[in-house]
Write a protein that binds this ligand. Structure first.
Ligand SMILES: [Fe+2]
Ligand SMILES: [Fe+2]
Length: 153
């Protein structure tokens, strides 16, 4: 079922500690850096205008989503639970929304590539958004392709 992990409980614990907690820790710092860069380099042709607002939206949407998983879905995922198909379908739909946000983020940051003359904060911001995007894609893959199929989702 969940070949990469001992059992579903271990996979869920990994998702919560390695992804949910890390997103919660990192996104506020990305918002702070994005506001700084957008403010300092407002006249630069490659400034990622709107990135801080996009990250705030992502933070809000992700927090609501992770709470649904932690408090609603994950505690119900055990062998004797009834059909949780609908709940997993809803989470998959939200994962699609999150992936669309990552596409918007990639467009705003030109694929997380800072311009030649970027300052340290700008480079740190894009290193952070690239890492966040990679983490979120792996987080979604673990849920969609490893965890949910083990429960018929
Ligand atoms: Fe999750
Ligand atoms: Fe999720």
């Amino acid at each position: 079922m969940v070949q990469e992990f001992e059992d579903a409980g271990a996979l869920i614990a990994h998702i919560v500690t390695r992804y949910h907690a890390v997103h919660r820790q990192e996104v506020p710092e990305l918002i702070r850096l994005a506001r700084l860069v957008e403010g300092t380099h407002a006249d630069h042709s490659e400034v990622p205008r709107g990135l801080a607002d996009l990250l705030c939206r992502v933070q809000w949407e992700m927090e609501a989503h992770m709470q649904k998983e932690e408090e609603g879905l994950f505690p119900m995922l055990h062998p004797h639970q009834g059909d949780m198909g609908m709940a997993m379908e809803l989470m998959r739909d939200e994962h699609d929304d999150h992936a669309a946000r990552l596409d918007q983020m990639a467009a705003l940051t030109r694929g997380h590539q800072p311009p030649e003359d970027a300052c340290g904060a700008w480079r740190a911001l894009y290193a952070g958004t690239a890492k966040f995007a990679e983490d979120l894609r792996e987080h979604i893959r673990l849920e969609n392709d490893v965890l949910f199929p083990g429960f018929g989702g």
